[in-house]
Design a binder for this molecule. Sequence first.
Ligand code: PLP
Length: 398
Amino acid sequence: WQTLSERVNRVAPSATLAVDSKAKAMKAAGVDVIGFGAGEPNFPTPDYIVEAAVKACRDPKNHRYTPTPGLPALRQAIADKTLRDSGYAVTPDRVVVTNGGKQAVYEALQTLIDPGDEVIIPAPYWTTYPEAVRLAGGKPVFVFAGSEQGFEPTVEAIEAVRTPRTKAIVVNSPSNPTGAVWSRETIRAIGRWAVEHHVWVLSDEIYEHLSYDGMRTVYIGAEVPEVRDQLIVLNGVAKTYAMTGWRVGWIVAPTPVAEAVTKLQGHLSSNVADVSQQAALAAVEGSLDAVDMMRAAFDGRRRAIVAALNEVTGVTCSAPHGAFYAFPEVTALLGRPLGPDGSVVRTSSELASLLLDQAHVAAVPGEAFGAPGYLRFSYALADDDLAEGVRRFKQWVG
Ligand code: PLP
């Protein structure tokens, strides 16, 4: 609409949220939809975390504004957790608590990017990165690595798109949407390349605790210590502790960046809800036992969904080693008759739409992640739903 700003008109809506809300609306209308759309663990938030929030709610001192960058105890706990998990020490003044990992991404880009600056985004990518770059006036530059490369880019491909305007690169391993866990060699090479060329690294580590088959998340700040002065780690409690709706994320960055992010946040949203911060404190300070339990459940579902998807004619799914997404290739389904009425689709986007309408199965098309020809299935849903959803997909393909 012409009176809206150019800035907002340029932004594409979140495709993942769109699929999820269409699926939820169909469910509300009484349709039995199986939703593989949302990246949302189906577990309840662990009890001790909920109890910490209940206790915090009852204490009126927690009904006020907290410092903008977060409760001092939570910033300290995030610094301690960084040492525990990533293996290097940071001071709490480098930490800013944000309204979810999504706000951390947005604020980091608003803080670093000037109009015309380029940000290298390995594709397939999480759908928010390019839009957040555009909202900052920057230009996303994509480097694609498909399933044949294990969805892992080479530093040579990254170097090939570097220009004098390259300001930052996004690293997201384990990855949404592919579930790829990048190798030590790749992470190390990207870290060294960034140091050599003075490029900021935005390392989104939100799936750090969800990896399988003995694969471990490799932390770029640990692998390449010299990168820490140009590293912004983005993280949050959503995926690790089944806390998507609590909206707590954070940034760990060099102190001047953390201060600039705090200044921005002071005009954007102030502090994160105190009660949510107290819950996050219990989560981050606590053990990883609940996470181990959830990871074991995700691992079982991962094996089940990969096996089941590979039995669907025209679908090829490599085993992801992290996060909770399967990202099968579906190009063999394009251009051939599908479903009870033999409909023909040309794109994975049309395929996802038809699958939802006819088989009542919600998956997100690869187009949302810069990867046409793929579909993303989140397997963070109940075992029975998972089996039933893929059974419907298989039957629908015929
Ligand atoms: N980063 C990645 C790669 C994600 O997949 C998500 C959520 O889907 C987020 C960040 C943001 O998480 P939240 O804003 O819920 O903390």
